[in-house]
Structure formats: structure tokens, C-alpha cells
Design a protein around this ligand. Structure first.
Ligand SMILES: [Cu+2]
Length: 134
């Protein structure tokens, strides 16, 4: 989806949370959710990064989360200021979220993610380290 529909979807979702969040208790703990890298390495250049959001107690993938923050930078190699843009990409596999990114240098990159899970209060926040190879 383009950035406009993405923003609209997020807005509708957040309004949904505001309406339902105060009336219902969360069914599980937001800490039960986490992101995993589908591939721990990418090739330097225009890369597609895939992550899977899982409900850790049963390992099940979690579809329809709203990713509202991503940052990709070279903090693992001491270059926090070296950040690159990410753009959400469509994914056909439930629970897998894809991002396009210009990975401009080989080495360690940190992907920081923030996400909202349908029906859960709070925010999933994860940092994953990806290795970019030549
Ligand atoms: Cu760098």
C-alpha cells in the first residue's frame, strides 16, 4: 500500500484502540510478542528485509499488526548516525512483514521496530541485528 493508505489504516486502527482499549482488558501480555528475522543476512544494496512477528508462548505468527516505527542504522558497528530509509512492502505470508531498504554499507545494521497488535494494549518494541554482506 502507498504511504497515504498506510497512514489512513494506522489512523483507523489507533482510533479503534482508543475506543476499545479502555473497555476491555488485554487478553495477553504485549511482552509475549516479538519479532524475528526471517534472514539474518542481506546483500549490500537495495535489500528486502523480512521479519516475522510471533506470539512467543506458542510460536504462532501474528498477522495484521500495524508497524508504526522502523529505523535501520549501523549502531552495531558504532555508526548510529548512519541511518537509511525503510519502506513497507506487501507480504503474502501471514505474520511476515517486509521492508525495502537501501543498505549502503556492509557490516552490522540494527533494525528497530515498533508495532501494535490487534486486541492488545501496549507496544511491541524490538531491535534486531542484520549483517550486510558484500
Ligand atoms: Cu556504516
Amino acid at each position: 500500500m502507498n504511504s497515504y493508505t498506510y497512514a489512513r489504516t494506522l489512523q483507523a486502527f489507533l482510533i479503534g484502540i482508543a475506543v476499545t482499549g479502555s473497555a476491555t482488558l488485554a487478553r495477553a501480555d504485549i511482552k509475549d510478542y516479538g519479532f524475528q528475522l526471517v534472514d539474518k543476512t542481506v546483500k549490500k544494496g537495495d535489500a528486502i528485509i523480512s521479519v516475522r512477528l510471533v506470539h512467543k508462548p506458542d510460536g504462532k505468527p501474528v498477522p495484521d499488526a500495524v508497524i508504526f516505527a522502523t529505523r535501520l542504522d549501523m549502531a552495531p558497528d558504532g555508526m548510529q548516525e548512519m541511518a537509511t530509509k525503510t519502506a513497507p512492502m506487501p507480504s503474502t505470508e501471514p505474520g511476515v512483514y517486509k521492508f525495502k531498504a537501501a543498505v549502503t554499507m556492509e557490516g552490522g545494521w540494527q533494525l528497530s521496530l515498533g508495532a501494535k497488535v490487534q486486541g492488545e494494549a501496549g507496544t511491541v518494541e524490538n531491535k534486531l541485528v542484520i549483517k550486510a554482506t558484500p
